[in-house]
Design a protein around this ligand. Structure first.
Ligand code: NAD
Length: 249
């Protein structure tokens, strides 16, 4: 049990990578608080693994986050997974698009970390370690992709945020890392494919940019999530870890 005695909170846990991560962490012995803005997808989650509790949470709502901090025990692990993919070049980005993407993809992580970190510091003082994991992407400061300018800008900011948090709290045993996946087969990716002018071509193109010749499954990502939230990664902090099927070779 790699996460025995750990309490972790995972956002965007209703579907996709967040959901699979909640299940994987619970199976490794963690007490998991799975949060999402969508309580319908959350409702079926506790049946999939023991030790998962769910809470409806909008990570853009500071008051709801503060109320949750007051309710929950102190955390050993925080996985900020929520994010949105804007589609378009720089010419297509409206002011509202910019604000929405930065609010959900970056500012939410600042809010969540600021709210949960005081409790994590207490846990780290008692146990020697705590871990924050922020969802970035290979589409970030690492690599540019067509029609992903706004998305890449937010995910690059996540890496900067991650490194700053890591630098400030490294001496207290608190680690902070960013996860940078390639293209992962999740409900929102299926939505992006379905809404393309030619969905068959769109799926072919997503696969073609993966040198391993396939999309990632969510379970290609969960071992890295468990590793980074566990003490196995105790000497790893401030890193942007790629799980991208070889895109950036
Ligand atoms: P997804 O996009 O299919 O699901 C996202 C989940 O986030 C949904 O359950 C949704 O209800 C929830 N959510 C949306 N707004 C929220 C809010 N304000 N508060 C709380 N929850 C909210 O899941 P995914 O594709 O696994 O993506 C998860 C993360 O991984 C995102 O940050 C995404 O950018 C990142 N990512 C995804 C891929 C990919 O190819 N799928 C690749 C790299 C990075």
């Amino acid at each position: 049990m790699r996460l025995k005695d750990k309490t972790v909170l995972i956002s965007a846990a209703g579907q996709g990578i967040g959901r699979a991560s909640a299940i994987a962490c619970a199976r490794e012995g963690a007490k998991v608080f799975a949060v999402d803005i969508n309580d319908e997808t959350l409702a079926t989650l506790p049946a999939e693994a023991p030790g998962i509790e769910t809470r409806k949470l909008d990570v853009c709502d500071r008051a709801s986050i503060d109320a949750l901090v007051a309710e929950l025990p102190e955390l050993d692990g925080l996985f900020n997974c929520a994010g949105f993919v804007h589609h378009g070049t720089v010419l297509d980005i409206g002011e509202d698009d910019w604000d929405f993407s930065f609010d959900l993809n970056v500012r939410s992580m600042y809010r969540m970390t600021q709210a949960f970190l005081p409790g994590m510091r207490l846990r780290a003082k008692a146990t020697g370690s705590a871990s924050i994991l922020n969802m970035s992407s290979m589409a970030s400061s690492i690599k540019g992709f067509p029609v992903r300018t706004l998305y890449g800008a937010t995910k690059a900011a996540v890496i900067g945020l991650t490194k700053g948090i890591a630098a400030d709290f490294v001496a207290e045993g608190i680690r902070c890392n960013a996860l940078c996946p390639g293209t992962v087969d999740t409900p929102s990716l299926r939505g992006r494919i379905a809404s393309a002018p030619d969905p068959v071509e769109a799926e072919k193109n997503f696969i073609a940019r993966q040198p391993m010749g396939r999309l990632a499954t969510v379970d290609d990502l969960t071992p890295m999530v468990v590793y980074l939230l566990s003490d196995e990664s105790r000497f790893v902090s401030g890193q942007a870890l790629l799980v991208d099927g070889g895109v950036t070779i």
